[in-house]
Ligand binder design. Structure first.
Ligand code: SF4
Length: 187
């Protein structure tokens, strides 16, 4: 039986200067470290991939080991939107509204083939990937992906969160990205 060993090791410190009794680093790195180990996910689960996420949260895989046992069903207290399952075109505006209600900084994972590309449902009614309505940071392949893959995608998000410069969300590039998705209005 494959058993994932629990991770009880402490989190590695960010790069910096250390001497006896002294450690110096940048504010970006400290905030990135704190954020990446206390992500509050909002699970937007519509079908089978959501069941894999339930297994990911269960005792065997336990996403809580990454500081994320606190799921948020309120967008205002979430910083990671996890879209898992088939998204019908009618549901697209709802996903976008949930994203808009999340405070910055926010990240998005498309879990599974349906959320990433429409999956096997190449039909008139299914959105062919959530990146048509919201910017996606990480795609997790599979139909369905196993919990190990979801955890791997989550760890890629942690890498992004830990290394994101504080100024990114105020940059012109980010602003243009949101304008492209119709989330910000052009002035
Ligand atoms: S990717 Fe496969 S398992 Fe996941 S929601 Fe779509 S059909 Fe279901």
């Amino acid at each position: 039986m494959d058993i994932i060993k629990p991770i009880y090791t402490k989190v590695d410190p960010p790069e910096g200067y250390s001497a006896p009794g002294v450690f110096a680093t940048t504010l970006d790195k400290v905030i990135g470290l704190a954020r990446s180990n206390s992500i509050w996910p909002l699970p937007f689960a519509t079908s089978c991939c959501g069941i894999e996420f339930m297994a990911t949260m269960g005792a065997h895989y336990d996403l809580g080991r990454f500081g994320s046992e606190r799921l948020s069903f309120s967008p205002r207290q979430a910083d990671l939107l996890m879209v898992m399952g088939t998204i019908a075109k009618k549901m697209g505006p709802v996903v976008q509204q949930v994203y808009e209600q999340m405070a910055e900084p926010r990240w998005v994972i498309a879990v599974g083939a349906c959320a990433s590309s429409g999956g096997i449902f190449d039909t008139y009614s299914v959105l062919q990937g959530i990146d048509r309505i919201v910017p996606v940071d990480v795609y997790v392949p599979g139909c369905p992906p196993r919990p190990e893959q979801i955890i791997d995608g989550f760890m890629r998000i942690q890498d992004l969160v830990a290394s994101e410069p504080l100024r990114r969300r105020y940059s012109q590039e980010y602003r243009e990205l949101l304008i492209k998705y119709g989330i910000l209005k052009e002035k």
